[in-house]
Design a protein around this ligand. Structure first.
Ligand code: CP
Ligand code: NVA
Length: 308
């Protein structure tokens, strides 16, 4: 490979299933030390409008370990916060950086960066998708199961949000059976579900339900995320009783496959979307999943920068 050199990564379906497989293999090899890559002389920019621990630090650490440099472009310290147009900012940054990861609210803003910058633009989370997270999730699943990903069923419980969207699309791309259980009115966007169903074809199933127990039955992965995402803080209290039946807990783990693992993109709210027992229990792989953000993004940086 790779045809990934110079490309943007705005959605998990900006890559083909073969490219996804390639990135996961590359990530595993980099993690195991079987392969090294060199990004010295390259500069990664991080332009984040929202808080971040994992994405910011894992991208920084990945780039440093590859020999590259990182510029954390705190939005408040740039002219972006004073309204400089994105199309101007994108073209200016293009002259200074080799690759840029953007975390923002509106996916249209991310698209504008991609439209105006020549360098690869990475989606570090928008309100619509979180594709970097899914690379780490699949790497963790690959490590946890001997069976190929195509033999697995992943169940997502909770809000039909950005993470749910990328999981739906990513599972369909990888051929993983995916079930999404949400309260009525909190389903994933119809356009995303339609895309996932088209992509899945007859290779895997895409199921939406409001029944958490049916969704969890026999699943190999139980996955959840916060009930109120960044920017929805004022809705958090109101949502608790609505989402309570979708909590990832021992009752749902009891009906899942006996080998099932627990994933959560983090940050977690114990006692809300996940119990202390589930996140700290023997089936949890959340800390490995968090570490894998760095390994997966190392592979992504190497491939997009053509250093593989
Ligand atoms: N999972 C994730 O993206 O975490 P951060 O918001 O801390 O980056
Ligand atoms: N859905 C969450 C994911 C955080 C990584 C949010 O957008 O806040």
């Amino acid at each position: 490979m790779t045809g990934l050199n110079g490309r943007d990564f705005l959605s998990i379906i900006d890559i083909t299933s073969a490219e996804l497989e390639y990135l996961l293999t590359l990530a595993a090899q980099l993690k195991a030390g079987e392969l090294t890559a060199d990004c010295s002389g390259k500069v990664l920019g991080l332009l984040f409008r929202k808080s971040s621990t994992r994405t910011r630090v894992s991208f920084s650490s990945a780039m440093w370990r590859l020999g590259g440099q990182v510029l954390d472009l705190n939005v408040n310290l740039t002219q972006v916060s004073r309204g400089e147009p994105i199309k101007d900012t994108a073209r200016v940054l293009d002259g200074y950086l080799d690759i840029l990861a953007v975390r923002t609210y509106d996916p249209a803003e991310l698209q504008e960066f991609a439209d105006y910058a020549q360098m690869p633009i990475i989606n570090a989370l928008t309100d619509l998708e979180h594709p970097c997270q899914i690379l780490a999730d699949f790497l963790t699943m690959q490590e946890a199961f001997e069976a190929p990903l195509t033999d697995l069923t992943l169940t997502y419980l909770g809000d039909g949000n950005n993470v749910a969207h990328s999981l739906l699309l990513g599972c369909a791309l990888a051929g993983i059976n995916v079930r999404v259980a949400t309260p009525k009115g909190y389903e994933p966007a119809t356009a995303i579900v339609d895309q996932a169903q088209t992509l899945a074809g007859d290779r895997c199933t895409v199921t939406l339900t409001d029944d958490p127990k049916a969704a969890a039955a026999g699943a190999h992965v139980l996955y959840t995320d916060v009930w109120a995402s960044m920017g929805q803080e004022d809705l958090a209290e109101k949502r608790i009783p609505i989402f309570e039946p979708y909590q990832l807990n021992d009752a749902l783990l009891a009906v899942a496959d006996p080998t099932a693992i627990v994933l959560h993109c983090l940050p977690a709210h114990r006692g809300e979307e996940i119990t202390e027992a589930a996140i700290e229990g023997p089936q949890s792989r959340v800390w490995q999943e968090a570490e894998n953000r760095m390994h997966a993004q190392k592979a992504l940086l190497v491939a997009l920068l053509g250093a593989d």
